[in-house]
Design a protein around this ligand. Structure first.
Ligand code: UDP
Length: 340
């Protein structure tokens, strides 16, 4: 029998790519989103890629009744929870907005999972929980560091909520996936990242600069203790990242978990500096990018990348795309948006 996966925040950047991969792997997918941070571009793109309309419910996960109704209306075998605010800087200025939205929505999901006598719950966490790591690459056993923003706090708290609920409530099982830096877009160029206003993240800023929407990319700091002085990250292709979700959900619904609560790093294991990324973007897309060196951005860690061995071995998943392929896809998406 086909299994049903609920994707909260399924109209967003990561949720839409995960939806496509789940549907292509044979799952029935229910998308729910309050559309607070996106329009219907990605939802329409998902339907176009799949050649069919998927069930979509416009709802807010902070509304407990709405969440309970959703679980009553569909027989949900697994839920992947993306619905959350994600702007680090904004979270510093508006902590309550972040606590209310990110924590309450997940509490409601966990409550519904408990009430139906159990559910497989996958939480979208972040490498931000590792802070500035003392040892690289980071494994799942690397210590979590105190969060530097309310956004980071909510990721740590939600991991703990999930772990506590797994311990307390029979049938509730959980996986937290800790993402490194998801970038790129679907190869069809029909879905991708749609930042509102000025992008905070590097790749959307690069593609918007290349297309002419931004004048110049600022590289935040070239005096870090790295080879070229810029920060290093583990940039993971969004389709590779989405496939890790399919592997994790399948592990849960097939009852193959080794523990009832598991954590996996989702990264490539390949560190890339900001300058290397910019150079790779220029080369693969055959263009010149207008950029300048700017002061450091407060709160940035110098370097972080994953040891993905656990996910490779336990999930049978591996990041496959090169950074060049991913940057070509990001550029194709930006051009698609510009109608070029
Ligand atoms: N970055 C940059 N210019 C930008 C945006 C980001 O130089 O306009 C750098 C940032 O300082 C960091 C890296 O790019 O070293 C990745 O930043 P991003 O915000 O994409 O992800 P983070 O790792 O901070 O979550």
């Amino acid at each position: 029998m086909k299994k049903t996966v609920l994707v909260s925040g399924g109209a967003g950047f990561i949720g839409s790519h995960v939806t496509v991969e789940l549907a292509q792997a044979g799952y029935d997918v229910v998308i729910a989103d309050n559309m607070s941070n996106c329009d219907n571009t990605n939802y329409c793109g998902v339907c176009q890629i799949l050649g069919k309309k998927l069930p979509f419910i416009k709802m807010d996960f902070c509304d407990e009744n709405a969440v309970n109704n959703l679980f009553a209306d569909f027989k949900i075998d697994a839920v992947i929870h993306f619905a959350a605010f994600k702007a680090v800087g904004e979270s510093v200025n508006e902590p309550l907005k972040y606590y209310r939205n990110n924590l309450l929505s997940f509490i409601n999901v966990l409550e519904a999972a408990r009430k139906q006598g159990g559910c497989n719950v996958l939480f979208s966490s972040s490498a931000t929980v590792y802070g500035e790591p003392e040892e690289l690459p980071v494994t799942e056993k690397s210590p979590r560091q105190p969060a530097t923003s309310p956004y980071g706090d909510t990721k740590q708290m939600c991991e703990d909520f999930l772990h506590d609920c797994v311990r307390a409530y029979p049938g509730v099982k959980g996986i937290a996936l800790r993402y490194f830096n998801p970038i790129g877009a679907h190869p069809s160029a029909l879905i991708g990242e749609l930042p509102r206003g000025v992008p905070n993240n590097l790749v959307p800023f690069i593609t918007q600069t290349a297309i002419g929407r931004r004048e110049c990319l600022s590289i935040f700091g070239d005096d870090y203790p790295t080879e070229d002085g810029t920060c290093k990250r583990d940039y993971i292709d969004i389709v590779d990242l989405a496939k890790a979700h399919v592997s994790a959900v399948t592990r849960m619904v097939e009852g193959r978990m080794k523990e009832d609560y598991e954590i996996f790093n989702v990264g490539t294991g390949r560190p890339v500096s900001v300058l290397e990324l910019v150079n790779a973007f220029e080369k693969v897309n055959n263009l010149k990018l207008n950029y300048k060196i700017a002061p450091r951005r407060p709160g940035d860690v110098v370097a972080i990348w994953a040891d993905p061995t656990l996910a490779n071995e336990e999930l049978g998943w591996k990041a496959e795309r090169s950074v060049e392929e991913t940057l070509a896809a990001a550029w194709a998406w930006e051009k698609h948006l510009a109608g070029k």
